[in-house]
Design a protein around this ligand. Structure first.
Ligand code: ADP
Ligand code: MG
Length: 277
């Protein structure tokens, strides 16, 4: 963003860039009137037109308005100028979970704490009929107190957009985190596909590397389709049992969120946030 446009809509003073994804850049900003710090996600309208992201952005807005949870980034407002679309949202200050993992694997208790919060957030989304479809450490942010926040509903789907077979058909997400049934392109259940991605995330947190990886994309997809992965020797039996249930290539027999929440390894030190369901 150039210097002249650092005041946005006479409301926000826009500062440094916080991060960048495939579709947008996100900046730190301050509400001039209230002094509140926020994050502003900026989409370039040219790009929106070029790659047909219009529907995707509309969906991202309606989804963010629909989900409210302590482990999901809060949406404030949407603004538009001649050339750009802006989302104002809650600022999360502790950086991406990705940065933490890229410095090395996490201790089991720490990984579990993040995984519990991730599952809480995903459960909330599914109850609201929202499938995230792009769960990965780059889309998970940490607050300074270690609280986890899910963000980036850019590729999410709503349950009402299922086709007549009751399944979703858009192949999307990030290759290493995508479920086998999504790769197959024969329709999939959005909830089960999200659960698979949570399993890949848990593996990455505990191992420090991906369960399915290959320079060649087709070879990576082959490994995913067969759930062809190995555990490092430091994974404990309880963790391996849970991961084997999540990284089940058959979505019909894969463990559900409810069952994950009842799992003994998952429940250790678990403090569910009480509140209306
Ligand atoms: P894209 O849809 O292009 O992937 P994201 O919404 O994932 O964009 O945002 C890109 C990056 O910007 C994130 O990976 C994160 O590093 C940073 N970011 C996004 N939202 C926030 C936020 N609310 N607070 C702090 N950083 C953020
Ligand atoms: Mg992203």
């Amino acid at each position: 963003m150039d210097r002249k446009s650092t005041i946005l809509m006479n409301k926000y003073e826009v500062g440094r860039m916080l991060g960048q994804g495939n579709f947008a850049k996100v900046y730190h900003a301050r509400n001039i009137k209230t002094g509140q710090s926020v994050a502003i996600k900026v989409f370039n309208k040219d790009m929106i037109m070029r790659v047909g992201l219009k529907e995707q952005i509309k969906r991202e807005i309606s989804v963010m308005r629909r989900v409210t949870h302590p482990n999901i980034v809060e949406f404030y407002e949407v603004m538009a100028s001649k050339t750009k679309i802006y989302f104002a949202m809650e600022l999360v200050k502790g950086g991406e979970l990705f940065n933490k993992v890229s410095r090395g694997r996490l201790k089991e208790d720490v990984a579990r704490k993040y995984f519990q919060q991730l599952i809480e957030a995903v459960d909330h989304c599914h109850r609201r009929g929202v499938y995230h479809r792009d769960l990965k450490p780059e889309n998970l942010l940490l607050e300074e107190n270690g609280n986890l926040k899910v963000l980036d509903f850019g590729l999410s789907a709503l349950s009402e957009s299922k086709s007549t077979d009751g399944l979703l058909h858009t192949t999307c997400g990030t290759p290493a985190y995508v479920a086998p049934e999504v790769i197959k392109k024969k329709g999939y259940d959005g909830a089960m596909a999200d659960i698979w991605s949570c399993g890949v995330i848990l593996y990455v947190l505990l191992a420090g590397y991906l369960p399915f990886n290959d320079k060649n994309l087709m070879d990576m997809y082959k490994k995913i389709s067969k759930a062809d992965y190995k555990f490092p020797q430091w994974f404990r039996p309880e963790v391996k049992r849970l991961l084997n249930r999540i990284l089940d290539p058959n979505p019909r027999t894969r463990i559900t969120i409810n069952k994950i929440m009842q799992n003994t390894w998952f429940r250790k030190g678990y403090m569910q946030i009480e509140g209306p369901q």
